[in-house]
Design a protein around this ligand. Sequence first.
Ligand code: NAD
Length: 414
Amino acid sequence: MTKGRLGVGFVGSGFVAKFHLEAWRGVRDADVLGVYSPNTAHAEATAARARELRVGEARAFKSIEEMVAAPEIDCLWLCGPNHQRLQNMQSICDALASGKGKLIGIACEKPLARNTAEARQMVELVERSGLLHGYLEDQMFAPAVTRGKEIMWKRAAALTGRPYLARAAEEHSGPHSPWFWQGELQGGGVLNDMMCHSVEVARFMLTKPGAPRASIRPLKVSAQIASLKWSRPEYSRILQTNMGKEVDYQKTPAEDFARATINYVDEDENPLIVEVTTSWSYVGAGLRLSLEVLGPEYSLTMNSLDSGLKLFLSRNVKGSAGEDLVEKQNAEQGLMPVLGNEAAEYGYESQNRYFVQCFLDGRQPSENFHAGLEVTELLMTAYMSAEQERTIPFKPEGLDTFVPLVAQGKWNAR
Ligand SMILES: NC(=O)c1ccc[n+]([C@@H]2O[C@H](COP(=O)([O-])OP(=O)(O)OC[C@H]3O[C@@H](n4cnc5c(N)ncnc54)[C@H](O)[C@@H]3O)[C@@H](O)[C@H]2O)c1
């Protein structure tokens, strides 16, 4: 890399792309210069927003190939829907193979893919392309998480022993686009959509700073899934009204609750436990990320809704519904939590800064497509466990071809 700045192109211009843009104000050494979406108006609106935020002179591209070929684009952030992930990656690789462009890196949103077979193809494609690659798990970069991990390991674990239990949860009242609710398109229900965060952040907290991810090893997974809310007749009607006729939770529900326990061991075969839970059936102020880590003489807790800033709105404040206070906001009155800089506090800012620095330095990020594949393998093992109602040793046979019943439209929620 000869120049000191990167030009970044976004593939996809939806909800998560907007978070990335907000976060980009805190990212140095890179400008957002391109946006591709099959919906040109969306791509243009996102490019205009990038210019408005002064994070780059972005323009909309008509195709992925055109964006790859543009001389100002050095790396891509893959932010399209899960069911387009492989196709998006294939288009990028085909463009590169035909001699277009000079990309150096690619960063991919969670989940890496819908199942293990697809995740493996993502890894194969990226390795064949020779690109540097990153897996975008924002929560691992959240300042509360990285600072908490640093202090916990330096001060407490160093004197009294490593942490042995991590509990992580992500919960909200349900996603914003129809495809998230459709098992086949998304790859599953809330387990695939959100447990990917909790699994990775819990593993991260239990891993000694600087140690490789293989320093702790998953042994077995036990999990459960359920549809607690959205397949109830009254709620499936509301869901269909809001999301369209393809989202029919009377016929093809997906889970809105999932929990899993993953047993790990450290290098000395000491047991470590990860407990994760996630739901689209949580009605609170908005998105709630929580984390607890326990060690022999210490514990750490974090809850994103325990924000330092709270706003009280009386019953006379009758504003329209929005997400201006907190992601997946459920109310516009009462005592509401507000995050001062949401994109930064969720980790998008530090995450993007990290991947930009890696790509500029020509360095392979440690959080990469292989990490995304391992997370997918753990999630698919969790689905296997839930379907078979038993604990499954990791890695189970048949993992490479396993597709959850939810993703096949064959899951019976009762
Ligand atoms: N890190 C996080 O916390 C987080 C949060 C939300 C979403 N995500 C992930 O980001 C991805 C996008 O989610 P979202 O919430 O932005 O979804 P969304 O439905 O809001 O937006 C999807 C975007 O993809 C575009 N798109 C549609 N077809 C496409 C195609 N063939 N190629 C490229 N783009 C296409 C759409 O036009 C839209 O702009 C998903 O994989 C999701 O899991 C991550």
